[in-house]
Design a protein around this ligand. Sequence first.
Ligand code: C6P
Length: 418
Amino acid sequence: MTPITQSPRSASTPYHVEQYRRDFPILSQQVHGHPLVYLDNAATTQKPQVVLRAIQHYYEQDNANVHRGVHELSVRATAAYEQARLKVQRFLNAGRSEEIIFVRGATEGVNLVAQSYGRSQLYDGDEVLITHMEHHSNIVPWQMVCEQTGAHLRVVPINDRGELLMDEYHRLLTPRTRIVAVTHISNALGTINPLREMIPAAHAVGAVVLVDGAQAAPHLPIDVRELQCDFYVLSGHKMYGPSGVGVLYGRSDLLRAMPPYQGGGEMIRTVTLEHTTYNDPPHRFEAGTPHISGAVALASAIDYLQDIGLEHIAAYEQALLEYATAALAELPGLRFIGTASDKAAVLSWHFDDIHPHDIGTFLDHEGIAVRTGHHCAQPVMDRYNIPATVRASFGLYNTRDEVDCLVHGLQKVIKVFR
Ligand code: C6P
């Protein structure tokens, strides 16, 4: 079994970006004859060697089903899976390991809360409050449960910089508000939301708060107890772990009162043909064989992140964001979409006269991977009256040289398309 280690670095430790880059084998390839410049980290991050090795090690040494067998491999697989849960618990500073539920990703985490907590707690006339900058994953599940229960969806508007209008937030919070669902960091704008103001205000009217942390987990230290959120979701693949695994953190008193989301093996205590009684959390919410290797490899990704130190990563990426913002601002006609005062390492922009897809395709031929489109945040595009943006999103391994390549690529785009 892969041992669990934790060795956070001190604040004075230097940031060795070139060394970290060597941990990611995929980065040292050529694309269309150019060195790959991977700037699509908000969509998914690349995986370090230790994560790849953890997957291989698990399948070579320990593979078996969990919580079912008395044989050695099953015992080892179960221990590795449950150690991964402990690792995530510590990563999020959750109070108890049963508050950590392995899911497929942030999307499944939101759906689980909407269909289990929401469907059992919402009634006609209740309100669910989301924001205008949510990813579709934090909009559609709430629309679905509102339709099922007669609750109403309310939306906190944003200003031109892509910041929540906090006066409106406070005005929209009423005793009818039962759930607030808000992204920690917007994938389309980069905005970091003021959760420390939002969560206590929601609690004051009796609402619970779900935080979509899909974009925050790779960039910021997260402490769910300090935040006092009720639910927090994240995706493994956006934090240097594998795809197909993610986490729902839920406050244990809430989880204990929630009905199951899916039925099947593992989530039961007893089954007769007439009646089933359910297991306690977290198993109540993990029906069927889970993504065992995914959880184990996610634990490795957490080790990797903690070894570098999330504070270090955040500081490094912030400096890179400032460098990139200043460099791109020089490009004629470029309009940033998302200029919040508190931002993470996401840059979205638009040229009125060049289509984002043309830009994305052109940059790809230069070896530069960016994302173009609505980023599963169509309401954000509507807010700015544009169909799409080009987005560069940075990870712990990106460099100033890569930002320079992006700027150079965009200069060529302007020459060709204008
Ligand atoms: N955003 C992006 O390119 P899943 O697909 O479940 O791992 O994550 C969904 C999700 C939820 N919330 C936020 C804020 C997100 O950014 C995402 C995924 C990717 O921006 C793919 S659309």
